[in-house]
Design a protein around this ligand. Structure first.
Ligand code: ZN
Length: 426
């Protein structure tokens, strides 16, 4: 077995410049929400070229509200494609594995604040810069090249393996939900998100909301005649910090979350309001997210959030009278998960990691954010291992992934697949 491992590792080394080239190409696609089709076309062609049996399927809006893995969405899914490449195992009965990655990326922010344009990947020594380089195109490409290395080593997996490239992770999770609902599951799921070569022990549940305030527009010469929607929103956000504080305090009782300063992270991600510099604004809209703890029902938390907003409307005189605040759900409404200790899948990943890291043990940590792995863990009770490379500035300026780390992760993923699914000479 150790010689098979050595062969796989040296094949990862031998393929690595190709892997970086593939990743660089993939980062060039601006796979923002609902603009992922070209990147998915590229992944599809590459998987076909490697003789995967490829399924291409639209994100399924019809299941929203009917299947608990799905979250509310505000866009159509006509161009929202997911790709799954499957390779059948050599023998029946081998353990199956699905690598799950998302190809969608978040917007770049101010492109002019980047050292290099965000969708023109730039390599500087060990770093590859670009939006999505770390989160998580590096991981997606690592899963493909881990399997390439096994094949190039003259080995075949005994169990079925899948490479999933889904969309919508950054907003609803409905790409992974569709894959799950269509039966693209396995005995273990590995999601190579940028975790700094640690294993995710738990993540948070997340709600994504939109809040709109309705002001009374007026001329500034008559300030008393108007009420500013923007001022109302600022007041509303201040109130929401109280809810955030309350949910943070609850976390002090949660074993996995008690040491995280703010595991809830109420984030107002967008704001828009007013339409004229010299008019008291009539409307303001924000979108944001807030987290909660594994094991909790997202609908229960949503009801709590709604009740809080209703209490503000009833209790703060500024909001009295007509219905000045509207709340809607516009993205992920999903539970978090906690990875049970002691699974065979984790032991297998620990062994693979230790082999690549000169025996150093695999550390685990909590990621207080939404992860598509939660779909498989919560609804399929599947061991979902989130483990991937070192990256910096994800969702920020100058996002970058560490290529040495990526090479180690690719080796660990390959060794994991070999041991989990079993190998034989091709
Ligand atoms: Zn991600």
């Amino acid at each position: 077995m150790s010689s098979a491992h050595d062969r796989i590792r040296s094949c990862v080394d031998g393929l690595f410049e190709d892997q970086v080239g593939f990743l660089t190409h993939l980062v060039r696609f601006r796979s923002l929400r609902n603009e992922e089709a070209e990147a998915q076309g590229f992944i599809e062609a590459e998987l076909r070229r490697r003789d995967f049996d490829v399924s291409r399927f639209r994100t399924d809006a019809s299941r929203i509200g009917h299947h608990p893995a799905f979250s509310p969405a505000t866009v159509g899914y006509d161009t929202s494609w997911n790709i799954v490449g499957r390779r059948k195992g050599r023998v029946a009965g081998g353990r199956s594995l699905a690598f799950n990655s998302h190809v969608d990326v978040v917007p770049a922010g101010s492109a002019d604040r980047w050292s290099h344009p965000p969708f023109q990947p730039f390599r500087d020594g060990d770093w590859l810069y670009g939006r999505g380089a770390g989160d998580m195109k590096a991981g997606l490409v690592a899963s493909i090249f881990a399997l390439d290395a096994i094949a190039q080593a003259g080995l075949s997996l005994r169990g079925d393996v899948q490479v999933q490239s889904v969309v919508e992770e950054e907003i609803t999770g409905n790409g992974a939900a569709t894959a799950f609902a269509l039966g693209h599951t396995a005995d273990a799921v590995v999601s190579p998100e940028p975790t700094g070569e640690k294993l995710v022990r738990a993540n948070s549940g997340v709600l994504k909301f939109r809040l709109a305030t309705k002001g009374r527009p007026a001329h500034p010469m008559e300030p008393a005649a108007g009420q500013s929607a923007i001022d109302l929103m600022m007041r509303l956000i201040t109130h929401l910090r109280t809810l955030e504080r309350r949910w943070i305090v609850e976390g002090r009782q949660k074993r996995r979350f008690k040491d995280i300063d703010n595991p809830v992270s109420l984030t107002i991600g967008t704001i828009a309001g007013g339409d004229w510099i010299a008019s008291i604004p009539s409307d303001c809209v924000v979108e944001g997210r807030i987290g909660f703890y594994p094991g909790e029902d997202p609908r229960g938390r949503a009801a709590e959030f709604e009740a809080f907003v209703n209490d503000i409307k009833a209790g703060d005189a500024l909001f009295s009278g007509e219905n000045l605040v509207t709340l809607s759900w516009v993205g992920v409404m999903h539970a978090g998960y906690e990875l049970a200790e002691g699974t065979d899948a984790e032991a297998c990943l620990q062994a693979a990691h230790a082999r690549v890291h000169d025996g150093r043990p695999l550390e685990s940590h909590v990621m207080p954010c939404y992860l598509d792995a939660a779909i498989f863990a919560v609804h399929g009770n599947i061991p979902a291992l989130v483990y991937g490379p070192i990256a910096e500035n994800i969702h920020g300026i100058d996002e970058r992934v560490d290529l040495s780390s990526l090479k180690r992760v690719t080796k660990a993923l390959a060794l994991f697949a070999a041991d989990w699914c079993g190998i034989e000479e091709a």
